[in-house]
Each structure stands twice: as structure tokens, then as C-alpha cells.
Design a protein around this ligand. Structure first.
Ligand SMILES: [Zn+2]
Length: 84
């Protein structure tokens, strides 16, 4: 979370942050750091079950590679149809 500036990646608010799963757990996402981004309650609610990655490769560091590999793995299994 701190790597992303302790603020909502969508609206920039710094209060009421929750760890959002980029790929929702209900769609095969894992509860791992590389699948988590900070969003405020409202933006998390609006994102709902969609797969949207608001993070930048720079802020993610080596987790960016893990995430890309993870996307490829899921795409192979056809668990996801697109990458936002
Ligand atoms: Zn927000």
C-alpha cells in the first residue's frame, strides 16, 4: 500500500482506504500483494467485480513481473477474457 503513496489510486483520497483485489477473489484472484491495490471505499464499490489495474509498473517494482505472469497464467486457463 505504501508503495502507491497511501492514497486511492483512482480519486487520490487518503482516508477510508481498503485493499482492493485487482482480480476479484470471486474470479480467481489471489490474496497476494501483487493482486492488491489501495482504493477508497467508494472507488472499490464502483469497481465491483471488474478487473481493472490502476497501478503503475514503477510503483509495483518486482511485483509487476509477478502480476504479468499471473495474468498470463489466468489467460491460459481462460479464467479471464481481457486485461484492463
Ligand atoms: Zn477513491
Amino acid at each position: 500500500m505504501a508503495a502507491h503513496g497511501d492514497m486511492c489510486l483512482l480519486c487520490g483520497k487518503s482516508d477510508g482506504l481498503v485493499p482492493d483485489h485487482v482480480i476479484p477473489l470471486s474470479r480467481g484472484g489471489r490474496h497476494e500483494l501483487y493482486n492488491i491495490q489501495p482504493l477508497c471505499h467508494l472507488c472499490n464499490f464502483r469497481k465491483a467485480m471488474r478487473i481493472i489495474d490502476y497501478r503503475t509498473p514503477a510503483a509495483m517494482g518486482d511485483k509487476y513481473c509477478q502480476m504479468r505472469a499471473y495474468y498470463a497464467e489466468l489467460a491460459n486457463k481462460q479464467q479471464i477474457l481481457y486485461i484492463a
